[in-house]
Write a protein that binds this ligand. Structure first.
Ligand SMILES: Cc1cc2nc3c(=O)[nH]c(=O)nc-3n(C[C@H](O)[C@H](O)[C@H](O)COP(=O)(O)OP(=O)(O)OC[C@H]3O[C@@H](n4cnc5c(N)ncnc54)[C@H](O)[C@@H]3O)c2cc1C
Length: 482
């Protein structure tokens, strides 16, 4: 058995105050665990797109010393945004936490980009918002629904100063969390290390992990003991599977979604704002500004023929994407430069429970609506940007629950975690899931009933029906648990 310990030795001094994005230390870890001083990815460089489409430099902690056993109060599997946000909140509460991530760096695939006011409010409370604001782009033009190529919108939901949305790639958000974790000595982050299995005892969980790092004694497998194990390991969660917690839900098999980041001046040729939902039974899509240069996310639907799902071939997929772009957008779409592309299949699922004994699920490991990436990644419905939003709010509530157990010493830990399970499952089943489904159906719906619902919905938005808008805001704010 061997243990990899975090060392902040070679890192620049831990920040005493919040740094702006240009000051932050940027370090890259190699699979052998050595730290490389990597090129900084400050906003200027991001603007020049130099680091945008490639796994640039998630700032990562140094791993340098191996010992024969390890333990932490809390262990998190998965250094995605949900795992890292949970770690940040626990770190602030003084709780020792160790994160294991199977990849060598934070995943870079094109996924979450929008963070709604309910998440912004939570980030303000947790003290991370200014960091996010430094790097992210504040949405200014609200959300429009439109037909393909249409410069006129069907409906327009304006943004306002009191309800700010932030546009920022989720890998950048993860990078911000990592930067802040550098401040805490009781947090360890270990990449290139996968959870394989665990055994749960009365007082602790014993995790079995494997690492691709070369260890001092040549071992690649080791054990780690923890009071609670959090599965923030995404939709194919090993933690959920090994805990035998089933997903309940269903799959949509008629379409898949292809998410692409591209360099194309959409406002110039189309006059569109930051975020557009494209309504069309075949060509439905979500088009969102990535907040940097001319980089846009176009997530467009691709019909699947039942029983004929082909393996994803990126070259062929990009060719088909250009075919759709010509029908979705105005201007010379053949000049658009595809920076990153990933296909996702669609489904809607929720874990039967988010807590079993000392095992806790959060984020996509606990729930995901509509979208399931092929075949190696799975994710949450981008129509409405609710997946990660719900996951970050899981993290927030879970952080407070664990603080009650470990800092406030509430005696009945099981009851506190039962509250987490009950409240967060309820939010997913009664808020996130129905809102995400309605968002999707509103884009696709071709039946008379769907058209009627859409027309009524748009009419209320366009005449700024205050009761209706208040209800929209309240439904979203209810995604946070008190
Ligand atoms: C195109 C698209 C657009 C989206 N847009 C939005 C949006 O605008 N807003 C929004 O809120 N949501 C959005 N989502 C959803 C969002 O991407 C997910 O909800 C989010 O990624 C969930 O984060 P997570 O941390 O739970 O999981 P992940 O980001 O999937 O992270 C899980 C991590 O666990 C690691 N892992 C897995 N197994 C193991 C193991 N055994 N051992 C160690 N590590 C492991 C993985 O490598 C990964 O790094 C979008 C999704 C897609 C596909």
């Amino acid at each position: 058995m061997s243990r990899l310990e975090l060392s902040t030795g070679p890192l620049p001094a831990a920040p005493q105050t919040r740094m702006n994005s240009n000051d932050r230390p940027h370090l890259t870890i190699r699979t052998d665990g050595r730290l490389l001083p990597s090129a900084p990815c400050n906003s200027q460089q991001i603007l020049s797109k130099k680091y945008f489409a490639v796994p640039y430099c998630s700032s990562i902690f140094n791993i340098c010393k191996m010992t024969s056993s390890s333990e932490s109060t809390i262990t998190i599997i998965g250094a995605g945004p949900v795992g890292l946000y949970t770690a940040f909140l626990l770190a602030k509460a003084g709780i020792s936490v160790h994160i294991f991530e199977k990849e060598a760096a934070v995943l870079q695939s094109p996924r979450a980009i929008v963070y709604h006011p309910v998440v912004v409010e939570d980030m303000k409370r947790s003290g991370i918002f200014q960091d996010v604001l430094d790097v992210g782009y504040v949405g200014r033009t609200g959300l429009q629904w439109r037909l393909p190529k249409s410069t006129e919108s069907l409906a327009s939901l304006p943004s306002n100063d009191k309800a700010t949305s932030i546009l920022l790639g989720q890998h950048d958000l993860a990078d911000i969390f990592l930067q802040r974790l550098v401040e805490y000595k009781h947090v360890k982050v270990q990449f290139s290390t996968a959870l394989e299995s665990f055994e749960e005892g009365n007082d602790e969980v014993n995790c079995n992990l494997s690492t691709s790092q070369t260890t001092g004694d040549g071992q690649t497998k080791f054990e780690h003991r923890t009071k609670y194990l959090i599965g923030a390991d995404g939709a194919r969660s090993t933690v959920r599977k090994k805990a035998s917690i089933p997903y309940e839900g269903f799959a949509w098999e008629d379409f898949r979604m292809v998410a692409a980041n591209m360099d194309y001046d959409i406002p110039r040729y189309n006059g569109w704002g930051d975020a557009s939902f494209i309504c069309d039974p075949e060509l439905w899509a979500v088009v969102v500004y990535c907040g940097k240069g001319n980089v846009w996310r176009v997530a467009s639907a691709e019909r699947l023929v039942a029983g004929k799902e082909e393996e994803w071939d990126e070259e062929a997929g990009i060719k088909r994407l250009y075919g759709r772009l010509g029908k979705l957008l105005n201007g010379p779409t053949d000049t658009a430069k595809v920076l990153a592309i990933k296909p996702y299949s669609l489904h809607q699922r929720c874990a039967a429970t988010f807590v079993r004994g000392r095992i806790i699920l959060a984020g996509d490991a606990a729930h995901h609506t509509d979208w399931n990436a092929l075949p190696d990644t799975q994710i949450t419905n981008p129509v409405g940007g609710l997946g990660l939003a719900t996951g970050l709010l899981d993290a927030s509530f879970l952080g407070r629950c664990l603080e009650r157990i470990f800092t406030n010493k509430e005696p009945d830990a099981a009851a506190v975690l039962a509250e987490y399970n009950e409240k967060r499952r309820k939010v997913f089943l009664e808020n996130t899931s129905p809102i995400a489904t309605a968002n999707r159906n509103r884009l696709i719906g071709a039946t008379e009933e769907a058209r009627k619902e859409r027309a009524e919905y748009f009419a209320k938005i366009n005449k700024l029906d205050m009761d209706f808008l208040k209800e929209l805001v309240e439904n979203q704010m209810a995604m946070a648990s008190a």
